[in-house]
Design a protein around this ligand. Structure first.
Ligand code: ADP
Length: 213
């Protein structure tokens, strides 16, 4: 079944998505990863995306929809997609609905990781992500794992937008644009809210319980 993981930036969506991917052979679909993978593939579309990003421009909904369609038609990922941080606004939610219907797929579970803004600040300020394997660690909480990271510590990078000012503005954008999507999804019977403030493993266990895997 397909899954949507929701929550403010820094809630731990990527971290939990990675654990589901590893254990249950899922495909983690975040728009950031989709775009980065397309750029890496050196396709024509990837070259266009690279130009847009390096000029500081937004990637259009049309491009994101094309990539979404590619993932949803890939039989390898059929009913094994975990949407991480998508959809972010009501338009994207409506789009996703149309694309899912087109390819006769559904969302089995919608899970919200709820975390306070204080906690988010601490998590984002220490976030490091491996550019090779996408693993997310935290320079304050995972010092040992960072030293021993199998891809090499030099591949663990901080995101340029992970600073206090942008954290606050991304949180505000989340409340303004993404919260309305949540208000809509939370009426569904397959919606579950989890307290995202606990330990990573505890949260993983709760998610596994919901997924019954
Ligand atoms: P999101 O994908 O929701 O933006 P991430 O998964 O990137 O969030 O997590 C943000 C930061 O918080 C990362 O540095 C990650 O290692 C750390 N983190 C994630 N979940 C937890 C948790 N339950 N407890 C402590 N730190 C966490």
């Amino acid at each position: 079944m397909n899954i949507i993981l929701f929550g403010p930036p820094g809630a731990g969506k990527g971290t939990q998505a990675q654990s589901i991917v590893k254990k249950h052979n899922y495909f983690q679909l975040s728009t950031g990863n989709l775009l980065r993978d397309e750029v890496k593939s050196k396709s024509d579309l990837g070259t266009d995306i690279e130009k847009l990003i390096s000029n500081g421009k937004f990637v259009s909904d049309e491009i994101v929809n094309t990539l979404l369609r590619q993932s949803l038609t890939n039989l390898k990922y059929r009913d094994r997609i975990i949407f991480d941080g998508y959809p972010r606004n009501v338009e994207q939610a409506a789009n996703l609905d149309v694309i899912l219907k087109e390819f006769k797929q559904t969302i089995g579970h919608i899970i919200l990781l709820n975390v306070s803004r204080d906690t988010i600040e601490k998590r984002i300020m220490g976030r490091m992500t491996c550019e090779k394997c996408n693993m997310t660690l935290n320079e304050y909480f995972n010092k040992d794992q960072i030293e021993l990271h199998p891809c090499g510590v030099e591949h663990l990078k901080k995101r340029e937008d992970d600073n206090l000012d942008t954290v606050i503005s991304r949180y505000d954008t989340y409340m303004l644009s993404t919260k309305p999507v949540l208000d809509f999804y939370s009426k569904n019977s397959n919606f579950t809210e989890i307290d995202g403030a606990g330990e990573i493993d505890q949260i993983t266990n709760k998610i596994n319980e919901i997924l019954k895997v």
